[in-house]
Design a protein around this ligand. Sequence first.
Ligand SMILES: [Zn+2]
Length: 179
Amino acid sequence: MRALIIVDVQNDFCPGGALPAPEGDRVVPVLNTIIGRFPLVVASRDWHPEGTVHFEKWPAHCVENTYGADYHPDLKTEKIDTHLLKGTGNVDDGYSAFEATNSDLEKLLREKGVKEVYIGGLTTEYCVKSTAADSLKKGFRTFLVTDAIEGVRQNPGDTEKAIDEMAGMGVGMVSSDQI
Ligand SMILES: [Zn+2]
């Protein structure tokens, strides 16, 4: 049993948003292509209150119930089985989908008998990497869909470094056409 975790494909992480991955919207058609190939699809969203210590590190983004916190309008959200919200408190960063506060992702995956987790979304260096690291720690075979992720690219090379780190942890690398 395998599951797809779509991390934070939200307007604020796409071009024109408050904290954009420069090419964040590129992941949308790739995810739409593979989303029907998984028996379980889970998607996370950053869902921050207006006031949070998280915004001392980052420009304000993905404030709950705003356009910036919505999924990218082209994402096939009707295929998503479970919607996770994270970073919902005023002290938590909530980088990992496993830190969702409205649902227990680990419990859900175990109940469904999931052994393999495939991850795509935004942004490679933060929420994607944290989700992949947690997935591995919890014992799931974990794969990154390499053409379904984009980085925020604060510094040159950050995205490539994050991918190397994930590979070093034991995350498998697959492209969407291998799924
Ligand atoms: Zn955030």
